[in-house]
Ligand binder design. Sequence first.
Ligand SMILES: *[C@@H]1O[C@H](CO)[C@@H](O)[C@H](O)[C@H]1NC(C)=O
Ligand SMILES: *[C@@H]1O[C@H](CO)[C@@H](O)[C@H](O)[C@H]1NC(C)=O
Ligand SMILES: *[C@@H]1O[C@H](CO)[C@@H](O)[C@H](O)[C@H]1NC(C)=O
Ligand SMILES: *[C@@H]1O[C@H](CO)[C@@H](O)[C@H](O)[C@H]1NC(C)=O
Ligand SMILES: *[C@@H]1O[C@H](CO)[C@@H](O)[C@H](O)[C@H]1NC(C)=O
Ligand SMILES: *[C@@H]1O[C@H](CO)[C@@H](O)[C@H](O)[C@H]1NC(C)=O
Length: 459
Amino acid sequence: MKLYVIVPLCALITFTQQAPSRDKCVCEFTNSERPFPHDKLSAAEDNASRCNTNITPQKTLELESLLLGLERRLPRLQEDVSILEREDDGELYGVISLQVIENELLEIMQLMDKLNSTTLEHQHLTTNATKQLEDLKAEMDELETFDTMQVVKRQRENQLLKSNLTKCRDKRPTMQPSQPPYGNCPRGQFRNITGPWKFIEGEYPGSHKYGAWGRDPKPEAGKESWHWLVMLTSGNKYSNYVRLYSSLSALIVGQSTPGNVEISPSNPTDNTIQGPNVVMYRGALYYNCYNQDEVCRFNLTSKTVTNIKLPKGTRYNSKGNFCHLEKCYPFTDLDLATDESGIWVIYTTNQDFGNLVLSKLEDDEQFRLGQTWHTSVNKQGVTNTFMVCGVLYATRFIDKETEEIFYSFDTTTGVERLNLGIFIKKMYPNILSLNYSPVDQMLHAYCDSYMVSYKVLFS
Ligand SMILES: *[C@@H]1O[C@H](CO)[C@@H](O)[C@H](O)[C@H]1NC(C)=O
Ligand SMILES: *[C@@H]1O[C@H](CO)[C@@H](O)[C@H](O)[C@H]1NC(C)=O
Ligand SMILES: *[C@@H]1O[C@H](CO)[C@@H](O)[C@H](O)[C@H]1NC(C)=O
Ligand SMILES: *[C@@H]1O[C@H](CO)[C@@H](O)[C@H](O)[C@H]1NC(C)=O
Ligand SMILES: *[C@@H]1O[C@H](CO)[C@@H](O)[C@H](O)[C@H]1NC(C)=O
Ligand SMILES: *[C@@H]1O[C@H](CO)[C@@H](O)[C@H](O)[C@H]1NC(C)=O
């Protein structure tokens, strides 16, 4: 209504200006509308955003992780108790088992305590949030009465109509375009990811910004549920040990058994870990070794290190890092990766002008460099890489909340794809390592000292 009045008025003004005349034309404009209370709207907006910051996905994940921990712990306790009952005749065994059970009980009690405090906190949050939301709703209802031109109402109707239309379209049978097979996957093609599924603070929440964690895809017998963690303890650059956990719940509650496995007593020195992008495979840790253009393999059983020199011209010592516009992640020259087919190293060389180069690592009889592929994507705009089913994927930084899996390179066909458009919802701004676990089809990320995982979806 206002608009109708304003347009002819403007026309009138320009007209009268162009043709100066002694007679003045005066229009009276009376506004029968109530003024819109902008201050109230912005207060409501503030309250809503405050409400949003109080309730984060991290809070629910915390609870999920704890519950998962309990879920894993309880059957084990039950099993151990029944073993104890069976062993009742021999006193020695009884005493040892009793100790094991006492330890397990202690861990469970700690989990329960943590769960209790988390639950209480959530109850308070929920009560607060419900109240706040009710207030906000009332406020918005009141504000809507100012909407005399019914803009909001019409918008809402349009939205409903739109969603009805989309639903209608989705119901129509669509022909899937036939695509050439991509990668070499028994499960189908990598399509998307969901999550974060797990969010683990670990033993040192907030400290050791750089690191990596995960599960060995080919573990030794009896170590199937073990998890490993490497934190760069010296200047975010180096580390000299791997920390082991007997299960996921042990990692969640931060109880490391059997503890640290040391590569060397000092740090950094020959053969210690340089950079965060390390992986564990068949009971050995693979990483960029200190001050070398080499991949080191540290056998956790024999405690020996074997190394492979990468091609001449390979960039190392923080010369070929993962980067985004705001920063580069130091000492990320070499990225180790695992997938269904084994173990890989992703790096850059001078002769490839800093484009990603990918090599298979063969560790069957002797540890050696296998086939090599050259890509056309430059590492300067890449924040991490990982392998799934023989396909290399690269990520880039979008903003603090989002990372995009944007690029892929199929080693079976040599086909490259850009603009994949698969988005990773981040809990912290920087992903310092990212690796795929073929055992459970999860992506494990180490983000600013926190451990996060995502589920990979195949089609
Ligand atoms: C915003 O929250 C404050 C305190 O929680 C409350 O006093 C105020 O009425 C709220 N304002 C609106 C517009 O909801
Ligand atoms: C949970 O914590 C509250 C307060 O801290 C305490 O009163 C209650 O006994 C605890 N419950 C359990 C099951 O530990
Ligand atoms: C709930 O609100 C009260 C008062 O507004 C505040 O003191 C308390 O810290 C809030 N609790 C949580 C868990 O946010
Ligand atoms: C959308 O569809 C629902 C039923 O599926 C119907 O009740 C509703 O009126 C439709 N909305 C519009 C705006 O057409
Ligand atoms: C991936 O999943 C998210 C929700 O988890 C969805 O919003 C998005 O559209 C999906 N992307 C693709 C490429 O299918
Ligand atoms: C590690 O060392 C053990 C004992 O020497 C050996 O049996 C095993 O094959 C080695 N693992 C690898 C991956 O080389």
